[in-house]
Ligand binder design. Structure first.
Ligand code: PBG
Length: 334
């Protein structure tokens, strides 16, 4: 774009368009709607439980009966989908994350309860072993490495039990190579060809996930402390395009970039390169930074909407955000 062609001061004055509210609204290029929001929720065992997560003020772990209560508001607000994450009891965690493939595990019971009560609400579930392993990694360990192909065997079963329970969108967040193809294949073989796959395609080895690991109680466990042998190097962006290209070829319907705000450049590159439905995850650490500053009076709460709009500007079609309910309420009252 050449500035010369677009005009010259004083005949061109960009402030003219900004002078009044009605023109500002007319020329606004991006817009946040409730349809853009996906609400991640943490589920735990028990009854009537709403446990606030220390490092995420205002975010709770809910037992299934309380999730159903929360979802009434979600339905009223017309939030299209929720993403479920389980806090698995320590006694059920093991080396191979075997709870992940139990058709009666916490997540499968949650899906069934949600689908029974709210059949039209979109349900998204992670496929990864970290909530289920006693070492906190997303895959299984063979000879001290996270073994890619051995992990695939379990992930495809995990995806299948979730699809059978009624999950609409399977969201592999494990970053093993080849998992999208394997999951697509097992779903198709079992007549779940209409179950969607939202791939966490470009997922970085980020420290912004810290509070999430508290929420699902996997942080204390994390052996070696780092997921960098499978999640992406935070310095890379060409590699993100290769990850996304592979996942689309293997059958992903939608792709995700994660974390969100520190990776807006990656969202923009992915969207302009592939033009597929592209999602961003404003992760736990991003939530906690913003919420912490707002709660302390250091920032105005309007920064929340500003942060979400930045994803739309970058080209995201939707955003997973812990602010979803709060913002949907604001949007409704506008
Ligand atoms: C599990 C998973 C993580 C998140 C979503 N799915 C954590 C991780 O990979 O360690 C992070 C979400 C957040 O921080 O809000 N694989």
């Amino acid at each position: 774009m050449s500035n010369i062609k677009l005009g010259k001061f004083p005949s061109t004055r960009l402030r003219r368009l900004r002078m009044k509210d009605f023109t500002r609204r007319m020329i606004s290029e991006n817009n946040l709607s409730v349809n853009d929001l996906i609400w991640p929720i943490f589920v735990c065992e028990g009854n009537n439980i709403a446990d606030e997560i220390k490092s995420m003020p205002g975010v709770f772990r809910y037992s299934i009966n309380n999730i159903l209560k929360e979802l009434e508001t979600v339905i009223n607000l017309k939030i299209p989908a929720v993403a479920l994450f389980p806090q698995v009891e320590n006694s059920l965690k093991d080396e191979n994350g075997s709870q992940a493939v139990d058709e009666n595990n916490l997540i499968c019971r949650s899906i069934k309860a949600i689908k029974q009560n709210f059949p039209d609400l979109g349900v998204i579930c992670d496929v990864a072993l970290d909530p289920y392993t006693n070492h906190g990694h997303d895959g299984i360990i063979v000879d001290d490495v996270i073994h890619n192909d051995a992990t695939l065997e379990i992930l495809e079963q995990q995806a299948l039990v979730q699809a059978v329970a009624g999950c609409d969108i399977i969201a592999p967040s494990d970053m093993m190579d080849g998992r999208i193809g394997r999951i697509r294949n097992i779903l198709d073989q079992n007549k779940y060809e209409n179950t969607l796959i939202l791939s966490y395609a470009a997922k970085y080895a980020s420290k912004f996930y810290g509070p999430f690991r508290d929420a699902i109680s996997s942080s204390g466990n994390l052996k070696g402390g780092s997921k960098s042998s499978y999640q992406m190097d935070v310095a890379n962006s060409n590699e993100a395009l290769r990850e996304v290209a592979l996942d689309i070829k293997e059958g992903a319907d939608m792709v995700m970039i994660k974390p969100g705000m520190p990776y807006l450049d990656v969202i923009q590159r992915v969207k302009s390169e592939f033009q597929v439905p592209t999602f961003a995850y404003q992760v736990s650490g991003e939530y906690s930074m913003i919420k912490g500053a707002v709660n302390n009076g250091w920032l105005e709460s309007k920064v929340i909407k500003e942060s979400l709009l930045s994803f739309k500007r970058a080209g995201a079609d939707g955003i997973l955000t812990y602010f979803a309910k709060q913002i949907a309420e604001e949007l409704k009252n506008e």
